[in-house]
Design a protein around this ligand. Sequence first.
Ligand code: NAD
Length: 257
Amino acid sequence: MSLKGKTAVVTGSNSGIGLGIAWELARAGADVVLNSFTDTDEDHALAQKIAGETGVTARYIKADMSKGDECRALIEQAGACDILVNNAGIQHVAPINEFPSDKWDAIIAINLNSAFHTTAAALPMMRKAGWGRVVNIASAHGLTASPYKSAYVAAKHGIVGMTKVVALETAQEPITANAICPGYVLTPLVEAQIPDTMKEYDMSREDVIKNIMLQRQPSKEFATVEQLGGTCVFLCSDAAAQITGTTISVDGGWTAL
Ligand code: NAD
């Protein structure tokens, strides 16, 4: 499967799943645009490393996905967007009656609203190019819920719903829109949840991983960023041309329970 000649924009890709997806798309031949809200030498070095090792063109573009105009500017600056991966996301864990309003707003803005803005900006480019793939990184929490994650669960259910609408609006075009729903993947986002969850449940780190995080993941293994990248490459392949408006779970059986 070669994605040579295609340009992929992956939001929130200087770390974790987004970076893993950018690597796999580049290994499949796509030019990639990395993104986050920072603008450091390390950010640009990530793009250089991908370009150096895979031979594709890789760039890093700073844009804050909590701001609608910057989401749209990212797509404009990319200049082309055949593959749009809406991956940027944050998390906050607290009971709903104690959930800070600013955290709620930030989660909805970054995890949900950003995908609206980038998709709105990218679809005209995909239509002009006559081909497109929208891949939204939702979550098992886009299909089910856990306590203390009200904003995250709301945003992820929202992005699953938006995925279906984009698929219907593009159904008769060579464009697909799907959501990948990962279970737990050991990335910085998950690492950051461990201390709060330890506090909420009064548990050790080991017990949080085993009894809380992987408790609902029947495989008892974290999914990997490479597996998510491979799933994304598959959704970009010709074999997946009739897969649209749906979710693919990469969750070790979590949502089969
Ligand atoms: P991560 O913290 O490693 O990566 C998040 C990325 O988003 C980073 O690159 C970060 O810089 C970027 N980001 C955060 N705020 C941003 C902003 N305002 N503007 C631009 N970029 C911003 O986390 P991750 O685990 O790799 O998560 C990536 C996606 O996968 C998220 O949408 C998350 O909800 C989803 N997800 C993760 C897991 C998991 O277990 N790790 C499970 C299901 C879904």
